[in-house]
Design a protein around this ligand. Structure first.
Ligand SMILES: [Zn+2]
Length: 331
């Protein structure tokens, strides 16, 4: 799965520009599903058909990553930007980004004002090595994302876009390993999650599932002084979400995950996240309401160029999902 993850994280795919990730995933799951289609929002919807005795499930992981959009190019050829998704300017500074046309750039910022410790977004610029506006290889509306190869750091893996290509990798591997299931499993690789779960909103309406599950990253509390005090730790198993800033997991869906993890002897932990949300919120609040939950991969340094996960958690997430999907639902 590590090689699959490397391909996924190193592929360009800011929100609304997921086409390369979509093509890669279509390639990777092609032989393992009964149907594959792309909808108008850019979601890739894969269907693995059940044996007719189960229910209609939607599993979602988002293909998009945070990024920057060129909003103004000055006379010297420096590019001003607006954020795509939850971009922290201070995590961009000094980093390298790449535009869709391959142009590379370095992110820096204007002189800070008195008492200004962190540059606001308006002070960020990208140096693409241009000499003038005319010479600039980037146009208005062009989007960029971090450039970072995936590397191994001790026993951990670090890359850009682990959020949420780890979720994509887990669902791809689940589809590959899921030989037979009672359920019609609609696996949605969703678009535009980072700008407000927009792809999952329309996908959930279209699929109209009986139950929904998202697979996404969550914050890890196992760093020296975490910004958010959380019980989650890398390597302690996938985290079963209780709540986040946008969703309270449907209790029986949460318990379903816990019960199967325990029955299979798999490691798991609970996630109680104060802010943020996932595609599970979009599924849960679609139509007249859908029971929904989320399986999370603990991740350090979320929305930085060095999002860091434990490969063991990915493997255990796949084990758990495969075990869940092979059984009848608890209700
Ligand atoms: Zn995410």
């Amino acid at each position: 799965m590590n090689e699959c993850l490397r391909q996924l994280v190193e592929t360009f795919g800011p929100s609304g520009h997921e086409h390369r990730v979509r093509a890669l995933i279509a390639d990777l799951v092609g032989g393992h599903v009964d149907e594959l289609r792309t909808d108008a929002m850019g979601n890739l919807v894969a269907l693995k058909r059940g044996d007719g005795t189960g229910q209609r499930l939607m599993l979602a992981a988002h293909m998009d990553e945070i990024g920057l959009m060129a909003s103004y190019i000055d006379e010297k050829g420096f590019v001003r930007v607006q954020p795509i998704g939850g971009v922290s300017p201070w995590l961009e500074v000094g980093g390298r980004v790449q535009f869709q046309n391959g142009s590379l750039g370095v992110v820096s910022h204007d002189k800070l004002g008195h008492g200004e410790a962190v540059p606001p977004m308006e002070k960020l610029f990208i140096d693409v090595g241009a000499a003038s506006r005319q010479d600039c290889p980037v146009g208005l509306g062009d989007v960029a994302c971090f450039v970072q190869p995936m590397v191994q750091v001790g026993g951990l893996l670090t890359a850009k876009a682990m959020d949420d290509r780890v979720g994509c990798a887990v669902l791809i591997e689940t589809l590959r390993r899921l030989a037979a299931t009672p359920h019609d499993c609609y696996v949605v690789f969703s678009a535009q999650e980072e700008v407000g779960t927009r792809g999952a909103v329309t996908a959930a309406y279209g699929v109209a599932p009986d139950v929904g599950l998202a697979v996404d990253v969550t914050l890890a509390g196992d760093v020296p002084e975490p910004a958010v005090r959380m019980a989650t730790a890398l390597g302690a198993g996938p985290a079963i979400k209780v709540k986040d800033g946008g969703m309270i997991a449907t209790p029986w869906v949460k318990d379903w995950m816990i019960d199967v993890a325990q029955a299979e002897g798999l490691p798991w932990q609970l996630e109680v996240l104060p802010g943020g949300t996932t595609d599970a919120r979009a599924i849960q609040t679609s139509r007249d309401g859908v029971p929904a939950g989320c399986l999370s991969i603990p991740c350090r340094y979320v929305h930085s160029p060095s999002e860091t996960v434990s490969p063991a958690d990915l493997g255990h997430a796949v084990d758990l999902l495969v075990a869940m999907l092979r059984r009848p639902l608890p209700r």
